[in-house]
Ligand binder design. Sequence first.
Ligand SMILES: NC(=O)c1ccc[n+]([C@@H]2O[C@H](COP(=O)([O-])OP(=O)(O)OC[C@H]3O[C@@H](n4cnc5c(N)ncnc54)[C@H](OP(=O)(O)O)[C@@H]3O)[C@@H](O)[C@H]2O)c1
Length: 161
Amino acid sequence: MISLIVAYDKNRCIGSNNTIPWNLKEDMKRVKSLTTNQTILMGRKTYESIGKPLPNRINRVLTNNSDYVAEGIELFSNIDDALRNVTTEKIFIFGGSTIYEQLIDVCNEIYITEVDADINGDSYFPKLKEEEWLLISEESFKKDINNEYDYKFLYYRKKEV
Ligand SMILES: NC(=O)c1ccc[n+]([C@@H]2O[C@H](COP(=O)([O-])OP(=O)(O)OC[C@H]3O[C@@H](n4cnc5c(N)ncnc54)[C@H](OP(=O)(O)O)[C@@H]3O)[C@@H](O)[C@H]2O)c1
């Protein structure tokens, strides 16, 4: 199963200066619970913004740099190869923009956190082709001391054709 997980704001902004521009503890918990014991696939810039492999997950990183060295990750230079030989139930497309853009069309399901913010960022998620996706669930939450904006959890499945 190819899954995708993303948090974006009202304008589908996902990042600014190679960081995530909000603090939402519940989103971090959701990411952890969905992706633990699964495989995550990310671009080299996202990997560097995290700074280390995420524990209890198989971390796959895409780079064109054949000299890239990092411990605890599986490196790929070809996006098709990065989707092959997955040994977990799911592989999560984990960002950033370049990875989402290349792989959104091959995903079976998408977990979105929609953040009620208006960030002036530099990385964006592609526009979802709504006609291809079925909204399965939507939950709304108010900001609080651990979550600096209102937010929604959305779960979409690809429509059968
Ligand atoms: N809000 C969220 O849910 C979320 C999630 C993830 C990331 N982010 C944010 O997204 C931003 C980073 O996104 P980004 O688009 O700038 O960078 P990115 O997608 O994380 O990484 C881009 C790099 O990935 C490698 N790459 C991409 N496609 C490749 C391919 N087909 N073959 C080989 N290598 C490939 C290249 O690495 P080389 O240059 O080494 O060749 C490329 O420069 C940050 O702000 C981050 O915080 C947000």
